[in-house]
Design a protein around this ligand. Structure first.
Ligand SMILES: O=C(CO)[C@H](O)[C@H](O)COP(=O)(O)O
Ligand SMILES: [Fe+2]
Length: 215
């Protein structure tokens, strides 16, 4: 047992044809949340799942479904994902600079927990108004790879952002996503992350529970 952080296996690395049983396997291995990567083939050059898949999975599990929206128009996804049973709705700041207040209000009105994410090249200062604003987000997801694909290499330079956030907001949920595994989880947790997303390192391990126990 290492640092005390939530661990959210990224279902992007699961066998999508057996999603419900893969989700249950992760929960049995000790996962706290299930991380669901929603991509539109436009904000990122990859296409994954949407509300219908979340709705189907929700019929099989009561788990916290931590949805990461890598889409150009997150507002369009609020109502369908709320109906589908998503728990967390994390949008990207790069596409929400003009309407994040409305977005956060709508997410909350649909019973979901709002979060904001930023790409490795986006300055951390961009999310401060969203944490401190009239309609605050409840989590910041710091991308530790370029969004779009699982299995990429962790970018250690992103840890400066995690440290800055933790210093400024001692009780904020800070999630990290991309390239997290046995050799990087400690670095992220020491920098101040308390929610760890891990896809390929968990699903690719001979013993998924052992990797999950590192958080
Ligand atoms: O948001 C993501 C990609 O954009 C995924 O959540 C992330 O890449 C997880 O996969 P891995 O742990 O294999 O890097
Ligand atoms: Fe993700």
């Amino acid at each position: 047992m290492g640092v005390e952080a939530k661990i959210a296996p990224s279902m992007l690395s699961s066998d999508f044809a057996n999603l419900a049983s893969e989700a249950q396997r992760m929960l049995d291995c000790g996962a706290d949340w299930l991380h669901m990567d929603i991509m539109d083939g436009h904000f990122v050059p990859n296409l994954t799942i949407g509300a219908p898949v979340i709705e189907s999975l929700r019929k099989h599990t009561k788990a916290y479904l931590d949805c990461h929206l890598m889409v150009t128009n997150p507002l369009d996804y609020v109502e369908p994902l709320g109906k589908a049973g998503a728990s967390g709705f994390t949008f990207h700041v790069e596409v929400s600079r003009d309407n994040w207040g409305e977005l956060v209000q709508r997410i909350k009105s649909k019973g979901m927990r709002p979060g904001v994410s930023l790409k490795p090249g986006t300055p951390i200062e961009e999310v401060y108004p969203l944490v401190e604003g009239e309609y605050p987000v409840e989590m910041v997801l710091v991308m530790t790879v370029e969004p779009g694909f699982g299995g990429q290499k962790f970018m250690p330079e992103t840890m400066d952002k995690v440290r800055a956030l933790r210093k400024k907001y001692p009780s904020l949920d800070i999630e990290v996503d991309g390239g997290l595994g046995p050799s990087t989880i400690d670095m992220a947790a020491s920098a101040g992350a308390n929610c760890i997303v891990a896809g390929s390192s968990v699903f690719g391990a001979p013993d998924s529970a052992q990797v999950i126990s590192l958080s």
